[in-house]
Each structure stands twice: as structure tokens, then as C-alpha cells.
Design a protein around this ligand. Structure first.
Ligand code: AMP
Length: 221
């Protein structure tokens, strides 16, 4: 890709693999829209909309929300003005039907197809440790970790003073379910799907955020 701002990228990887962190930084540096279906759903949950109330029950158990609902949400989101110049999808597609639906949404035109699919490879054991210790600021969204990135004061965000929360789906039973689904429903089918399209790249996601970021910048050229 000669113009990074025209990237239409999909970040694939298990929960906690670092897709969101990297997508956020890249979107700020290169003016992509960072589209996280998990964040979109959490915002609906916070607003107690009908969609949010329905999704919350599934999300808290680490289960996937229906393809129809997610695809409709993404369809509207990629039509928004800030997505015109390019986007990174974080957490979508997560099933083969979602990947097929995305290609349909983008249309037959080659100039609008997905340009990059990056698979964040990392062992489940590392993800379990990352997720079980992860704490999210309820106010500014900053992500902390009880062992790897602790705040000065327990339970309080260093950046904004907001209260830190432990996501229900970052608790052990939900983590297991999310990892199982990731391998069976997401990684297996989508790795093959995008490999066959010739757009799949892999990064070793068990390295420092900075090293991975620099690799992604190169990879997305
Ligand atoms: P995430 O923040 O990406 O880990 O997503 C949190 C939760 O939102 C997931 O465990 C699912 O319940 C739901 N979710 C997010 N994206 C999708 C998707 N593409 N398909 C189905 N469910 C999703």
C-alpha cells in the first residue's frame, strides 16, 4: 500500500493480544478510523439501549453476539465520514459469515477490498495472564494491569482519577470460553480464508508494544 491512510485493515488475534492498543496508536498516527466492535457494544451497554441490554448477557459470559447484529453495526460504522480514508477493524470479523459479509459490504470492486489482515500470534497462557490482571478505567478507557502496569493507587486511574473496573468477561470462566471460541470459530476459519485471499500477515504479539508498533508501521506500507 503506498498510502497508509487508505488502509482497510483487519486485526485478528485472541482476546488480550494487543490488537486494540496497536489499532488505537496507528489510527492516531495515520488518521485511520479505529473500529472496535467490542468498544461499540460496551458503549451500547453503558447507555442501556435495547441492543446493549441484549448484548451484555452474552458478553458477560464471554459468548459472541449474533452475526446479523454485528454486521449491521459495522455496516453503519464504515459508512461514517471518518472511515472514508481508511480503517482498522479490531475484533471484527470474528466468524466466517462475518468475513464473507464484510467482503460483500465492500463490494466487488477490488479497490475497496480489505488491504491487510494482521494475525497477532501469541500463546493462550500469556493471554490468560494478561486478561485476568487487566483493569480498565471506567472514565477514560485507559488499560492497566495489576502486575505489568499497575496504577500508583489501587483501583484508581493514574491519568484521570477514574475508577478501575475488572471486565466481567476478563474473569476466568469467561476467558476460557473466549479463548475456545477464538480458536474454533475465529482463528481457524479466518486464517484460512484470508490466507487464500493472499492478504494475511502475522506478527509475534509477545513482544514490547513499541517493537510491534514499528513492525506494523512497516508491514502496512
Ligand atoms: P472484545 O472487546 O473485542 O474482546 O469484545 C468483547 C465482547 O463483545 C466479545 O466477547 C463478544 O461478546 C462481543 N463481540 C465483539 N465483537 C464481536 C464480533 N465481531 N462478533 C460477535 N461478538 C462480538
Amino acid at each position: 500500500m503506498s498510502d497508509r491512510n487508505q488502509a482497510r485493515a483487519v486485526f485478528l488475534g485472541g482476546p488480550g493480544a494487543g490488537k486494540g492498543t496497536q489499532a488505537k496508536r496507528l489510527s492516531e498516527s495515520f488518521v485511520f478510523a479505529h473500529i472496535s466492535t467490542g468498544d461499540m457494544l460496551r458503549s451500547q451497554v453503558a447507555k442501556c439501549t435495547d441492543l446493549g441490554n441484549q448484548a451484555k448477557i452474552l458478553m458477560d459470559q464471554g459468548k459472541l453476539v449474533s452475526d446479523e447484529l454485528i454486521v449491521a453495526m459495522v455496516k453503519d460504522r464504515i459508512a461514517e465520514p471518518d472511515a472514508k480514508g481508511g480503517w482498522i477493524l479490531d475484533g471484527f470479523p470474528r466468524t466466517l459469515p462475518q468475513a464473507v459479509a464484510l467482503d460483500r459490504l465492500l463490494g466487488a470492486s477490488k479497490s475497496l477490498q480489505v488491504t491487510h489482515v494482521v494475525y497477532f500470534r501469541i500463546a493462550d497462557g500469556v493471554l490468560e495472564l494478561r486478561l485476568s490482571g487487566r483493569r480498565n478505567c471506567s472514565k477514560c478507557g485507559a488499560i492497566w494491569h495489576v502486575a505489568n502496569k499497575p496504577t500508583c493507587k489501587d483501583g484508581v486511574c493514574d491519568l484521570c482519577g477514574g475508577v478501575l473496573v475488572h471486565r466481567a468477561d476478563d474473569r476466568p470462566e469467561a476467558i476460557q470460553k473466549r479463548l475456545q471460541d477464538f480458536h474454533a470459530i475465529t482463528a481457524g476459519p479466518l486464517h484460512t480464508y484470508y490466507k487464500n485471499q493472499g492478504v494475511l500477515r502475522e506478527v509475534d504479539a509477545n513482544r514490547s508494544q513499541e517493537v510491534i508498533y514499528q513492525e506494523l508501521v512497516q508491514l502496512m506500507q
